[in-house]
Design a protein around this ligand. Structure first.
Ligand code: ARG
Length: 277
């Protein structure tokens, strides 16, 4: 255990612009990941309440929250992280793997065009936005294995002009990169090694030797589906071990209850798309 005196004191939050989509049509009617069990009941009102608590918390912390209207018939649209990847004001559109979510790609892209974004790319290859593309400082980590086509990684690198590092996911419960790895600051991450192929684990060790490693238990509680502003780290309430690890590194962990949305295989980060200017 690190003592209080060893805690880094340099942490500071920077205000972010976030895009979110209220789960007004939330439901689990199909299964495209192991968390989704359509035979179990869902509560749309509770999903909306939990989502409102998350968006309220972001605003209390000083972040700007933009909202996109949910389309009927695409209940997973609440997971705004999958709608695009936005870096330096450039928007890489999302092209979904599964037909159940296909309509979300153009819907998100249209929002960006209406907002006046000029550098917008409709992608050639399947990619599920920030579900698989996580920006760490001036680098991008890119997941593949279940959703995003590995050929999309070169497309993203060319479009953004930033180095993109591909990482292969191997555990279906961690089907998106943002279910296995979270960005904490411009230089720090936390992740669950066993979600990655041996080669990708070695790459992560090489790039981030001091990363926080999540336990199997916290990873299974979706604890890595977290959002950090550099100081405050919002993550699923149940992931208690990770909250202790974050505290020991001088972060301010804030547990959030999004259990209703977890029935679709999503939580804090999945609901949050960062709009990087
Ligand atoms: N039901 C959605 C799917 O399987 C959940 C997406 C969660 N989003 C995320 N960024 N991991 O596509």
């Amino acid at each position: 255990m690190e003592g209080i005196k060893d805690m880094p004191t340099h942490r500071a939050a920077t205000p972010r612009r976030l895009l979110m989509c209220p789960p007004r049509h939330f439901d689990v009617r199909y299964s495209i990941n192991p968390w989704m069990e359509p035979e179990k009941p869902t509560d749309t009102a509770l999903a909306l309440l939990q989502w409102e608590q998350l968006s309220g918390l972001f605003q209390e912390l000083g972040h700007a929250v933009e909202v996109i209207d949910p389309l009927p018939g695409v209940p997973d649209m609440v997971f705004a992280a999958n709608g695009a990847t936005v870096v330096d004001g450039k928007v890489l559109g999302a092209r979904f793997r599964h037909v159940q979510r296909t309509a979300e790609g153009p819907a998100y892209l249209q929002w960006f065009i209406q907002q006046g974004y000029r550098e917008v790319l409709w992608p050639e290859y399947v990619n599920e936005g920030e579900g698989d593309y996580l920006t760490v400082g001036r680098r991008i980590l890119a997941g593949t294995g279940f959703r995003t086509d590995p050929r999309s990684h070169a497309e993203a690198q060319e479009f953004f002009g930033l180095p993109v590092t591909g990482l292969t996911l191997v555990n279906p419960r961690h089907y998106h990169l943002d279910t296995a790895l979270a960005v904490l600051s411009d230089t720090e991450i936390m992740y669950y090694p066993a979600a990655f192929s041996p080669g990708s684990q070695a790459v992560l060790r090489e790039m981030f030797p001091d990363a926080i490693l999540a336990s199997h238990e916290d990873a299974a509680l979706f604890g890595l589906n977290a959002f950090s502003d550099g100081l405050n780290v919002l993550l699923p309430q149940a992931a208690q071990g990770l909250q202790k690890q974050l505290l020991a590194r001088g972060f301010n962990p804030i547990g959030v209850d999004l259990t209703e949305l977890l029935k679709a295989g999503g939580s804090v980060k999945c609901c949050t798309l960062e709009l990087r200017a």
